[in-house]
Design a protein around this ligand. Structure first.
Ligand code: 0X9
Ligand code: ZN
Length: 300
């Protein structure tokens, strides 16, 4: 089923996580970090060997934007490789991995049942439905590139962290603020490796480290046969948009290495890569994730 991850139901994804936890009790733990607006479980899979040791951690989420189906597929492929492929065990020895494969399950389900290109959560707002989760984080919230109109696709929400999906991720990260050294959030599409800031064109103090690491990641993806990524701050590559999870992770949670990965386009509208495209992209991008893992293992 991994060959056709497009459109896998959220229920099946969570069932897969349950299966892994049952099959690999020494490697895998699951934590339900909250529930979505409509009540779906937000399950983080924690993957680790020698759990007792204090190790640096990597937090990964995907699917904050409902229609970006390749992103949850990418997260699932990373999970599968880290857990089921024994050749990757070395990636677990010095780093703990925390992965939330579908951050916005209500929206994700809605893109299967009702409206393929839905982006936001599904919370009832004053007027329309849904908040853009990636405008809802409390760092320079609403300053630029976001809307205060509930019908906008970049609605910032009535207040910061108004959404259960974003506040659950906030709490999970803040509870592990010391361990988490890298934050990755998967989106589509655009082939870009973006880092803070998204609210200003000013460069972060550690621009050269952030850029240098992204260049190494890109080189590994290209080496694996993937397209080359554009690298830079999200403001300078895409334009300013405040309230993103990447900016909050760095600016508030203090996770200095924070990236938004815009995966490649595919199919109609860019959000529909074919099964063969999916399997190519997820495998190539995994090689970049390996570089991130090795960097964290060596640095901390
Ligand atoms: O606009 C977004 O939220 C992301 N692009 S997307 O096409 N997937 O919607 C980019 C987010 C970059 N980061 C920040 N603006 N903070
Ligand atoms: Zn997105």
């Amino acid at each position: 089923w991994f060959l056709n991850m497009n459109g896998i139901a959220h229920e099946i994804i969570n069932a897969y996580l349950d299966t892994l936890a049952a099959q690999y009790p020494d490697l895998v733990q699951l934590e339900t970090i909250g529930n979505s607006y409509e009540g779906r479980e937000l399950k983080v899979i924690q993957i680790s060997t020698n759990r007792a040791a204090s190790k640096p951690a990597i937090f990964i989420d995907a699917g904050i934007h409902a229609r970006e189906w390749l992103a949850p597929a990418q997260a699932l492929y990373i999970i599968k490789e880290l857990v089921e492929n024994v050749e990757n065990r070395r990636l677990l020895e010095k780093v703990d991995w925390h992965i939330l494969p579908v951050m916005n399950p209500d929206g994700y389900e809605y893109t299967h049942t009702d409206e393929r290109f839905w982006r936001k959560t599904r919370s009832q707002q004053d007027g329309c439905f849904g908040t853009d989760g990636n405008r809802n984080f409390d760092y320079h919230w609403g300053e630029i590139g976001a809307s205060n109109l509930s019908c906008s696709i970049v609605f910032m929400g009535p207040y910061p962290f108004s959404e259960k999906e974003t506040s659950s991720v906030r709490d999970y990260i803040l509870n592990r603020q010391k361990e988490i050294k890298l934050y990755l959030t998967f989106h589509t599409y655009g082939n870009a490796l973006l880092y803070p800031w998204g609210f200003t064109s000013d460069l972060p103090y550690d621009d050269s480290e952030l850029r240098g690491l992204a260049e190494k990641v890109n080189a590994a993806i290209v080496e694996a046969g993937g397209n080359s990524y554009e690298i830079g701050t999200s403001t300078n590559v895409l334009g300013a948009a405040a309230g993103g999870s990447d900016d909050w992770a760095k600016g508030v949670a203090g996770i200095e290495l924070s990236y938004t990965i815009e995966l490649p386009a595919g199919g109609s509208g860019g959000f529909n890569p074919s099964p063969t495209e999916i399997s190519g992209h997820v495998q190539q991008t995994f090689e970049g994730v390996v570089v991130y893992g090795e960097y964290i293992a060596n640095k901390f």
